[in-house]
Structure formats: C-alpha cells, structure tokens
Design a protein around this ligand. Structure first.
Ligand code: 2SA
Ligand code: MG
Length: 426
C-alpha cells in the first residue's frame, strides 16, 4: 500500500474510517489528523470494547504510535483535555505520544455560541452543524484574526489578540443575534489555565512529520467527515468548513502531495448523511429505517439519527476523482445481508436528461431522481468474514458491480467493527 497512506471518507462521513485507521496503524510510526476538529466521531472496537474519539487520532490505542494534530485542525482546548483524561482513565497513556501543531487555530466559546446562534436563526434552512464552533473558527482563521495554539506561549500578545477577537464576537452576539455577551476575562483565565496543560504537547508537527519521512518511517493521514462535505467540492453550502478531500492532507499537515503514496477511500456499502443537504438516494420507507437500525446509524458526536439510502455510484465517481483514490475499503457490507434485492444508483435523471456526474454544489439536486440498477441480494451472513472465498456469490457480484461503476478497485472489505473482522484483497 506504500509508505504514506491517506485514509479518508468518500461519502458524507461515518464510513468507518476510525476502525481502518486503527487497523493500518500497526504499520506506521505516526497518525496525523489534518482537518476538522472535535466534530468528528471515530469509533474503535477492540476485543469488544468501544472507544469513541473526536479529536485525537485513531492511532492512540497502539502504544508505539505518535498521534499528531496538524495545523489544518481547529482545536478546542476543552474537548482535547476531556478526551485526554478519558483515555487516561481507561489506562491509555496519551501525553507522551500526542503532539499538537503550534499553528492550530483555537476554537473559542464564542465560536460555539455563534455556530449555534446562526443555526437557530436559519431555522428550517439550517446546515445541521454539530454545533461545535467549527465553521466560525475556520472563518476567523481565513480572515487572519484567529488565535493559534502557539500564541499561548506569549501571554501578553495572546491576551491582546483574544480581547480583540472576542470583542468582535460579542458585538455579533449582542447586536446581531440579540444574545448575551461572553465574559472575556473568564475566557482568558480559562484558556491560560488549559494552555499550561496543553503547551507541553505543542510542537512543530510539520517538522516532526518530515523527520519521520526522512527516516523512512510510515505516516498515516486520518481524514475526518467525508468528501461530499468538502468546503470547495462538496454539496455547498451543506458542507463542513474544511477541505476533507486529499488536497487537505498536504495543506493541513505541511507534507507535500508528492510524499503521499496511497489514498484509501473508505466507502460504506450503502449511504448515510447526518445534517441537512442533498441526498438523492435517501430512503424514507421501511428500508431506510432498516438500514438505520441494522447499521446503528447514530451520530457518534451529537447522537443524531443519520439519514440512510442506497449506494450512490454517481457521488462515488466524483469522490474518486477529486481525491485521486488509489483503492477503496468497503465497510458495513453485512448491513445488506438478508435482502432480496439491493439497489445501486448509477445515474441521475434530470429535466435536461440523465447525468452520470453530480452537479456542482447543491444547486439542482431538487430536480434529480436517481436511476437504479437492481441486483439480487444474499441471505447468508457476512458478519466477521475474513477471506473473500467465504463471501456469498451475490455479495461478490455486488462488489464487482460497484468496482465497475465507481471506476476504482475495492482493496479491503470490512465485515464488522472489530480489527479482525476484515478481508484484505490486495
Ligand atoms: P460542522 O459542525 O460545521 O462540521 O457541520 C457541518 C456539516 O458537516 C457534517 N459533519 C459530519 N457528518 C458526519 N459525521 C460527522 N461526525 C460525527 C459522527 C457527527 C455527529 O461521526 O457521527 O455525531 O453528529 C460530522 N461532523 C460534521 C454536519 O452534520 C453538517 O452537515
Ligand atoms: Mg463519524
């Protein structure tokens, strides 16, 4: 698979990235997150024990691995320390192996407040964000007024920057949203206190990554959310505020694109989405409910129910191109066990004719009707299978059909949440 592997979601998130990152981490020196923040929800199951991670890379349960948070991640100090403490309470030593980029923008409590106030104001048109302050924190980064982790090393400078940005936030909260202002002194004191605990873990992550690279050690880049939630290439405006696609790996970590050897696209055998926005294959019938229940489709971070539908090959073709996907890992195939027929969306019917690539943004989705291919299902269970020969013939045919449709090889099949429930094909 090559030395430096990017693992990312090819749909709208929740494809099962956490498990695969954990699995592949066996072979790497470091795992790095390069975008998003604690809006992510990556679930690992090892020996039946479940661990949900939001901000800390999914390599943390492997003792020899460095877990790095790259400059492209927006950092909530509270969420970070909460997760560190929870892991420590479960006997996982974190602080020696966790390093956070000095360039990470800090998520402030006013970012959270603005995120939530904005969603309330949008009413039915809300994005359906996780309410974690992700969007507003990225806005401040791009507008060059944000505070970054490294700023905490210079308290006077930090205080000046914080007062300026929070005064601006308070203006927005009170004047525009007609809400209470946030106490800047309290926020400052809290951040300085948390900073003391976090700064020993702060580092030049880009430099560390290049040291690993020069020593010939392998690095795993862990994407969060999914490709169709990409700020530039997703179903805008129903997207997250970062580049979730492969290009974000380079800018969010400082490791140039030619150092990346393989892009593994994690793809669920059907489709889910949490939050608002276009979803052509969404099922509102019993089948949608069946997928949600059998697939346990509940948001790891917010506990929201995920919307469910058939596999969308149109969306996947787009995701494969924009990420330069080398190979696919197909997850949750077992959720389709026991169905008489399974459907795959192979095109979109529009008033102007059929299209095989998705429209830009979310503009014309309202007029789209999916065109389905129907395949025979399989009655046997695929749960926990570890070799391709064990798969029912119709499941194999489904996989072959997907490969043809999406124009990419399926290299790994995940047959359950545990590390060992995996079929490696190539
Ligand atoms: P935000 O909070 O600004 O990033 O929200 C913008 C959109 O991005 C979606 N989003 C996600 N979609 C799937 N999974 C995510 N992580 C959690 C999980 C989500 C949860 O693993 O289940 O628990 O609800 C994630 N994070 C952001 C979000 O739904 C908006 O559509
Ligand atoms: Mg998730």
């Amino acid at each position: 698979m090559g030395k430096n592997v990017v693992v990312l979601g090819t749909q709208w998130g929740d494809e099962g990235k956490g498990k695969i990152v954990d699995l592949l981490t066996d072979k790497v020196a470091a795992v790095v997150r390069f975008q998003g923040g604690h809006n992510a929800g990556h679930t690992l199951v090892i020996d039946g024990k479940k661990t949900a991670l939001h901000l800390i890379p999914s390599g943390i349960l492997r003792q020899h691995v460095y877990c790095l948070i790259g400059n492209g991640v927006v950092l909530s100090p509270e969420a970070l320390l909460k997760e560190v403490r929870e892991l420590e309470a479960n006997g996982v030593a974190v602080r020696d192996r966790l390093r956070i980029s000095l360039a990470c923008p800090i998520i402030l409590r006013t970012h959270v407040r603005i995120d939530q106030a904005r969603e309330r104001a949008r009413g039915n048109d809300k994005i359906g964000t996780t309410g974690r302050g992700i969007g507003p924190a990225y806005e401040d980064k791009v507008s060059r007024r944000g505070v970054r982790l490294g700023d905490l090393f210079n308290p006077e400078d930090f205080e000046a920057k914080l007062r300026e940005i929070m005064s601006y936030h308070n203006f927005v909260l009170t004047e525009y949203f007609k809400e209470e202002a946030e106490d800047i002194d309290a926020a400052l004191a809290e951040l300085m206190e948390m900073g003391e605990e976090i700064l020993p873990m702060a580092a030049d992550v880009t430099d560390m990554l290049h040291d690993f690279r020069k020593r010939g050690e392998h690095i795993l880049f862990e994407g969060a959310q999914g490709s169709l939630l990409d700020i530039d290439l997703g179903t805008y405006p129903y997207v997250t505020s970062s580049n979730t696609t492969a290009g974000g790996t380079a800018t969010g970590s400082g490791v140039g694109p030619l150092f990346l050897d393989y892009v593994l696209g994690i793809t669920k055998a059907y489709t889910t989405r949490v939050g608002s926005g276009p979803f052509p294959t969404e099922l509102f019938c019993d089948m949608g409910h069946h997928l949600a229940v059998k697939g346990n489709e509940i948001g790891t971070t917010t506990g929201r129910s995920r919307r469910c539908g058939w596999f969308d090959a149109v969306a996947l073709r787009h995701a494969i191109q924009i990420n330069s996907v080398s190979g696919i890992c197909l997850t949750k195939l077992d959720v389709l066990d026991g169905m008489e027929t399974v459907k795959v969306c192979v095109g979109y019917k529009t008033p102007k004719g059929e299209i095989t690539r998705p429209p830009i943004g979310c503009g014309t989705y309202a007029d789209i009707e999916p065109v389905y291919a129907e395949l025979p299902g399989w009655s046997e269970s695929t749960v926990g299978l570890t070799s391709v020969e064990q798969l029912p013939e119709n499941a194999k045919a489904y996989i072959r059909f997907l490969e043809e449709q999406i124009e990419a090889p399926i290299d790994i099949i995940s047959t359950g949440p545990d590390r060992i429930e995996t079929i490696v094909l190539r």
